[in-house]
Write a protein that binds this ligand. Sequence first.
Ligand SMILES: *[C@@H]1O[C@H](CO)[C@@H](O)[C@H](O)[C@H]1NC(C)=O
Ligand SMILES: *[C@@H]1O[C@H](CO)[C@@H](O)[C@H](O)[C@H]1NC(C)=O
Ligand SMILES: *[C@@H]1O[C@H](CO)[C@@H](O)[C@H](O)[C@H]1NC(C)=O
Ligand SMILES: *[C@@H]1O[C@H](CO)[C@@H](O)[C@H](O)[C@H]1NC(C)=O
Length: 361
Amino acid sequence: MMCFLLSVIKVYWESLDKNLTSRVKSYTSRLLSSLEFISTNLTISHEEARKFSDHRYLINHQWKCDNEDVLLLLFVKSSPENYERRQAIRSTWGNEAYIQKNFGVTVRVLFALGMDPQPLNLKKVQHRLFREDEIYQDLIQQDFFDTFHNLTIKLLLQLTWTHTYCNHAHFIMSADDDIFVHMPNLIRYLQGINRANIKDFWIGKVHRGAPPNRNKKSKYYVSYEMYPWSVYPDYTPGAGYVVSKDVASKVYRASLTLNASLYIDDVFMGICANAMGISPQEHAFFSGEGRAPNHACIYNQMMTSHGHVKDFHELWRLATDPEVQRFSTGFFGKLYCTLAKIRLLCTVSFSFTYPCKAAFL
Ligand SMILES: *[C@@H]1O[C@H](CO)[C@@H](O)[C@H](O)[C@H]1NC(C)=O
Ligand SMILES: *[C@@H]1O[C@H](CO)[C@@H](O)[C@H](O)[C@H]1NC(C)=O
Ligand SMILES: *[C@@H]1O[C@H](CO)[C@@H](O)[C@H](O)[C@H]1NC(C)=O
Ligand SMILES: *[C@@H]1O[C@H](CO)[C@@H](O)[C@H](O)[C@H]1NC(C)=O
């Protein structure tokens, strides 16, 4: 009885989902063309645009991507003082050597940084960064102040570096330093996309038709002068998204002609992509601001989850434990996991992580 009910729900849900997706798709393409005026309006001369990305490298590793079949170049947006977060990433999901050994693919993990904004700390922190980099050789730093309002500059760093030193990597990911990336799932997924040779690939959680925040007290406040329109082009929150190399190169080219003073980096990325006619696709297991519910059935499918650090090691142990993978296989495993996910994802309290439909995937 239960199984019958579930399969009815599943079939109904799938058709609903297809209808929804096709409606959203046509809506997006309409929106996409109707928003062309934004990039037209923000277009400035190459000389003016260059000023935004024309920063000197304080730490660089030009050869990091050399002569390798790099599946994924992963930029973690970090800040000078976040040493512990970088350490946690290096020893868990960002461990290049472990990934190479266990999955047989090359992933490059780099930390994108600016300078410490406090003049009194600057020298001391910078010295520590040089020492840290001597050991790990994975920092990329330019001479802008590392602040929230300079995040778009940091995006330009990632685009420029990729274009200059790593334009052969198949995929590029940008991520915050407090997200957990389920590397085994992500690699398996990207290998499939790579085999299918899909172009214009841009995936994450998608914010559709989001309005600018006009509340002056908010961190995300954007003035009318900076952005006079009432809606942003579709974009994926900066917490974690992946693009294929052709998208990275198109977005880079767009960024060479646009006014980058809009400091919401992920929105600016959306404007660049929109200028090139590219729109993002939603993946149910990329989280935006949200933190995934703590459950084995969720770990088996998750791509990213936001708001972690202290539990990186625990999550990584679960992500690489074959027992946890086996947990949701077989008829009863699948049934149990579907029910568990319905309970976890289709209730209000977790509405910021994965959508309810993820329970049926
Ligand atoms: C989806 O659309 C088709 C026709 O386009 C319709 O027959 C079907 O009932 C719709 N499904 C749902 C669940 O709304
Ligand atoms: C951009 O839009 C603003 C406000 O709508 C307008 O004042 C300005 O002239 C436009 N600039 C260009 C280059 O189109
Ligand atoms: C961004 O960095 C530039 C260059 O270092 C600096 O002049 C500017 O004040 C920074 N902006 C913010 C908002 O911190
Ligand atoms: C870029 O936009 C800002 C407003 O956000 C404006 O003050 C600035 O003059 C623009 N830059 C250029 C080169 O047009």
